[in-house]
Design a protein around this ligand. Structure first.
Ligand code: PLP
Length: 391
């Protein structure tokens, strides 16, 4: 094997659906000396990380941990721990990740009742109320807060109220919202919420923060059968993250350092300031894209600040657009998924990626690329629109 050849890793501007740019402070933390996963110094870092996660989740939930694995491990953790074979669950699907939650719940042996909305629209709380009425024996409602496949930010207040009035638990996917948008864990008493480290938290992929409310902890403790997954079983994981420090699996020690540093950066900025920055910069991007002459998929009321979907204009080859953005400008953005494949481009402004200079560079680059394809992009108009929002 020829190991003389250097690894090919050059820096790219990550403006896609994730991973997102990682600050050098986080990269340095990742390279600190590896400690044993039961070392007292590492345990102190774990304890601090847990407190920082409680801050970012805005919760006092004791059971707040970082699961080993990406956002999908968070989804699986929620499903395998909350669902027992034969349980009826209502899952709301307004995009690819809602569909994935249905798949995961089915694999846990759940009887799934689906509530759907077209891609690009949020779930209508009235539809959820109807599903609850027809299925009063359902135990859980699952929903994606920030649907990364469309760029919809799903309002949670009414749906959570309906779920709790019916005695049902809420599982919420906050993979693309945590750290960039308010995730109201304690305000709404959300029962199980999970995320991923590589989106608005500004860390590389590899950890899935999870928080579990008291009623969900109770449900997990009252299970009649063991959790189907040994690796994701919270009844054991909680013993490692808690006082007992019971060995379960070897924690990804350096990843925890990285997450710890990323969360410290968030605490230094302040959560509210961070939400505001994500919102303001998203508004500038939206104005800039419309300034170029493009149309956005999602109505403004439901737009997700961390991820924007823009429609591909007639006659434009979206694969060629993304290729040229990468080859000429080293900018990564995302393609459409599922039914939106070929129809939209997805632009992420998350974590340290959400900044004015990235918006200006991206719009100018996109405008150039579109012009080459015969679309008359108004680059000057786009940059003026950005300035107007941010000045
Ligand atoms: N849920 C949502 C809303 C996501 O956007 C993603 C990934 O983009 C996932 C779940 C799965 O996360 P991962 O790819 O980190 O496993």
């Amino acid at each position: 094997m020829n190991t003389q050849k250097p690894r090919k890793v050059s820096e790219k501007l990550l403006l896609g659906p994730g991973p997102t740019p990682v600050e050098s402070r986080v990269l340095r933390a990742l390279s600190e000396p590896t400690l044993g996963h039961l070392d007292k110094d590492f345990i102190a870092i774990m304890d601090e990380t847990r407190k920082l996660l409680q801050y970012v989740f805005q919760t006092d939930n004791e059971l707040t941990v970082a699961m080993s694995g990406t956002g999908s491990a968070g989804m699986e953790t929620a499903c395998v721990n909350m669902i027992e074979r034969g349980d009826k669950v209502i899952i709301c699907s307004h995009g690819v990740f809602g569909e994935r939650m249905i798949d995961v719940a089915n694999r846990c042996g759940a009887e799934v009742v689906k509530v759907a909305a077209p891609m690009g629209k949020p779930i209508d709380p009235e539809d959820v109320r109807k599903a609850i009425k027809s299925n009063p024996d359902a135990k859980i409602i699952g929903i994606v807060h920030a649907e990364t496949s469309t760029g919809v930010l799903q309002p949670l207040d009414d749906i959570t109220k309906a779920a709790h009035e019916a005695g049902m638990h809420m599982i919420v996917d906050a993979v693309t919202s945590l750290g960039g948008v308010e995730v109201p864990v304690d305000r709404l008493s959300l029962d199980m919420v999970y995320s991923g480290s590589q989106k608005c938290l500004g860390c590389p992929p590899g950890l899935a923060p999870v928080t579990v409310g008291p009623k969900a902890v109770d449900r997990i403790k009252r299970r009649t059968h063991k959790v189907q997954s040994w690796y994701l079983d919270l009844t054991m994981i909680m013993r490692y993250w808690g006082e007992e420090r019971f060995y379960h699996h070897t924690a990804p020690v350096n990843m925890i350092y990285g997450l710890n540093e990323a969360l410290r950066i968030i605490a230094e900025e302040g959560l509210e300031n961070r939400w505001l920055r994500h919102r303001k910069n998203a508004e500038a991007l939206w104005a800039g894209l419309e300034g170029l002459g493009l149309k956005l998929l999602v109505d403004k009321e439901y737009r997700l600040p961390s991820l924007t979907s823009v429609l591909v204009p007639e006659g434009v080859d979206e694969v060629a657009v993304r290729k040229e953005l990468m080859n000429e400008y080293s900018i990564e953005i995302g393609a459409g998924l599922g039914d939106l494949k070929g129809k939209i481009l997805r632009i992420g402004l998350m974590g340290s990626g959400s900044r004015k200079e990235n918006i200006v560079l991206f719009l100018a680059a996109l405008g150039n690329v579109l012009r080459k394809q015969g679309f008359n992009a108004d680059i000057g108009g786009a940059l003026q629109a950005v300035e107007k929002v941010l000045s």
